[in-house]
Every structure is written in structure tokens, then in C-alpha cells.
Design a protein around this ligand. Structure first.
Ligand code: EPS
Length: 378
């Protein structure tokens, strides 16, 4: 499976093409729209979200809601269209880069003095395309009871220590949250932190935890470093704008722990088969899923655009000036969580197809059942 996205933040539309998606999978557009809606929500989002009402238009690859095996194309039309591929727009030149955005490194790389030509594609709006693709993958994975959820662990200095037990618990709890949180007490503090930062014309990042449940043992491989499931998940999650670190299971805390207390000991029972009583590995050992829930954490840096702008230098005059102030979010942690779930869905689906084939859902189900039966006989 291969996914290509296209589109500019203020261009006519965003799009995703999914090639190599199995035939015979039922895809509900409503499911994609719900994910798009979730991506637009959360305390701390900017005024752009009040303009847009993102909806998916599936324009190829499906017949009567069922995938044909041909490339699936999904469009999300922008309402705030300012740049055109054919007609001339009248947008002013932007020449003072924002620290932490792609503005400066992008302008230097592409020998560009108008930063608009950089930021239009570098904008996090592109993630709407990825959510469309991920929401299609999520629907495939549900055929195998593989389900994904996420929650906000922290925003700025407010960190929650509430630990969930299942994906369904996370899903239920985040439904009533404005910040994709499972900890109502800490959520209140997170919201006040965002409001305070907003008044101070500053921005915030945060920490997100992602859970993938139902992955059978044996997805991913140590045979090739690129096939390792943890490596693939880290790659896809790091590809989200503003994400600066990814942890699997105990993550950085492994560096401080002893092997004797951090490794997940192995048990066996007739009913459960092989199992563990802890999951510090985050459900992945040797680059392969263990069958335990996959648990990942990502850290998002604060949004680059500040209404109280930082020091910068004019690309044309080379004189010191304050960075450009664009309309932006104060904190997009809840949106980032939805994007992360969907990027994780793409990653695990690719590895799942590597093991079970990719032409038709029924063939994949047959291969999956045969594999599960073999495991039972171990
Ligand atoms: C975003 C749309 C953008 C930003 C935001 C994410 O719209 P606009 O630039 O018109 O306000 O709100 O992007 C960034 C914060 C960024 O730094 O790129 C979206 O749809 O998610």
C-alpha cells in the first residue's frame, strides 16, 4: 500500500490517494468525516477551524461503498481558498521567517524569497489528507478487531498520571473531553493553561499516548531494519508536523531502568496461551508485535506561529525584524492526537498486509485465520 497526499493550505483542496488497498472492504464516508471533525476540534485551535467544515469526498476506488482494489482518491475542499493553481492571486510577499516553522530552511532549500510558497505546503493543514487515508485504514483494521485510540497526557506543565486499561475505556472517556483527555481533573488545568498562554500571545505543545489493541503477535519483522514495527510507527509519527519525539512502551525510562525490573516476563496458560503481566515493551519486541496492546507516546512542540513574535531576519533585506504573525492555533494537541491515531493506522496496516497479503479482504481473512489456528496449535 502506498499513500500520496497533495494540496496547499489555502489552495482549492487537499487530497489523498491510497494505492494498493485491498478489494472488498466496506468504507463509510461518515467514519472519515467523524475523524476529520475530531481533527478540527479541541481547546486552543485557531480561527481557521471556524471557517472550515472538513468533509471527505471519495471520488475513486469504491463501488457501492466497497473498495475495488483500485486507487482510492479522497478530496477535502478548502473554504478559505486564497491561492490558485491557474489564476493569479494578490497575496502579499512574506519575507520574515518564523523560528520553528519550515519558513527559513524551506526558503533556503528552494531558493525562495516569498515564504508563502513554502508555508502553503508545510502547513499542518495537510494532515487532513492523512486523516482521510488513516480513517480508511482504521476501517480495514476493524475487520480484524484492531482498534486505535489516543489521549492527551499533558499540555505544557500539566501532566496527567491516569493510566487506562483498554482502548474502549480511552474512547469512552475522551468523548466527553474538550482536549482528548481521560483525566477530567487535569483537563481543567490543561484548559486554563491554554487560556492563559493564549492571553499571553504564546503557544503550547504537549504529550499524547496512542494505544493499538487487537494486533496479533507477529506483525513486523527483525529481518530488515525497515520492517521493524516500532521503527515504522516511529517514522510515521515523527512525520507529523511539530512532533519531536516518539517513545515505545517505557521509552526513555528504559535508559534509567534495570533489565530485571523492566523486561516483561513470559507466562503460559492453556486459556491465554503465552502472555505477560506487564507491557513495558509497548507491545513490540524484536520489531514484532507481541500481541499485547501497542503503546506509544509522542511529544509535540509548541506551535511555531506566535502572536508575540520572536526575533528573526528579513530574507530580502537581511535586517533584524520580528517574525511574521499568521493566524494560528495556540495549542493543537487534540488535533495532533487524531492525526497520530491515523498515522499509526497506516503504519500497522502496511505491516499487517506484509504478513497476510493485500489483494482481497477475503484472502487476507483466510490467511489470518490460518495463521491464528497455527498459533493455537503451538
Ligand atoms: C491548520 C490550518 C492552518 C493553521 C494550522 C493548522 O490554517 P491557517 O494557516 O489558515 O490558519 O490553523 O497550521 C499551523 C498551525 C501551522 O503552523 O502550520 C489545520 O487545518 O490543521
Amino acid at each position: 500500500m502506498r499513500i500520496l497526499t497533495a494540496g496547499e493550505s489555502h489552495g482549492e483542496c487537499l487530497s489523498a490517494i491510497i494505492e494498493g488497498f485491498p478489494k472488498g472492504v466496506r468504507i463509510e464516508q461518515d467514519f472519515i468525516d467523524q475523524e476529520l471533525k475530531r481533527r478540527m476540534s479541541g481547546v486552543g485551535r485557531g480561527r481557521r477551524m471556524a471557517i472550515e467544515s472538513d468533509k471527505a469526498e471519495i471520488v475513486s476506488g469504491l463501488r457501492n461503498k466497497i473498495t475495488l482494489g483500485s486507487p482510492i482518491t479522497i478530496l477535502v475542499r478548502n473554504k478559505d481558498v486564497k491561492i490558485f493553481s491557474q489564476n493569479k492571486d494578490e497575496l502579499p510577499i512574506l519575507s520574515i521567517p518564523r523560528p520553528a516553522h519550515a519558513d527559513l530552511s524551506g526558503a533556503l532549500k528552494y531558493n525562495e524569497s516569498d515564504i508563502r510558497n513554502i508555508l502553503e505546503r508545510a502547513s499542518a493543514r495537510e494532515t487532513a489528507s492523512r486523516v482521510c487515508a488513516g480513517a480508511v485504514c482504521k476501517q480495514f483494521l476493524l475487520n480484524f478487531n484492531i482498534d486505535i485510540a489516543s489521549f492527551t497526557v499533558g499540555v505544557g506543565s500539566v501532566i496527567s498520571d491516569v493510566k487506562p486499561k483498554t482502548v474502549s475505556e480511552i474512547k469512552t472517556k475522551v468523548k466527553s473531553s474538550q482536549l482528548n483527555s481521560i483525566d477530567p481533573k487535569k483537563e481543567k488545568l490543561m484548559i486554563s493553561e491554554i487560556k492563559k498562554i493564549e492571553e499571553e500571545k504564546d503557544s503550547l505543545g504537549g504529550i499524547i499516548e496512542i494505544w493499538i489493541e487487537g494486533m496479533p503477535v507477529g506483525i513486523g519483522s527483525f529481518m530488515d531494519y525497515k520492517a521493524r514495527l516500532d521503527a515504522k510507527l516511529a517514522y510515521y509519527l515523527m512525520g507529523i508536523p511539530a512532533v519531536k519525539s516518539v517513545e515505545v512502551g517505557l521509552g526513555f525510562n528504559y535508559g534509567k531502568a534495570r533489565g530485571s525490573v523492566s523486561h516483561d516476563e513470559i507466562y503460559y496458560s492453556k486459556t491465554k496461551g503465552f502472555y505477560r503481566e506487564s507491557n513495558n515493551s509497548g507491545g513490540i519486541e524484536g520489531g514484532i508485535s507481541t500481541g499485547e496492546p501497542i503503546v506509544l507516546r509522542i511529544a509535540m512542540k509548541p506551535i511555531a506561529t506566535l502572536r508575540r513574535p520572536l526575533n528573526s531576519v528579513n530574507l530580502i533585506t537581511k535586517k533584524a525584524e520580528k517574525a511574521i504573525v499568521e493566524r494560528s492555533d495556540t495549542c493543537a494537541i487534540a488535533a495532533c492526537a487524531v492525526i497520530a491515531e491515523n498515522m499509526a493506522a497506516i503504519a500497522v496496516m502496511e505491516s499487517f498486509l506484509d504478513k497476510f497479503g493485500s489483494d482481497t479482504l477475503s484472502e487476507i481473512k483466510t490467511a489470518y485465520r490460518a495463521y491464528a489456528k497455527n498459533l493455537d496449535n503451538l
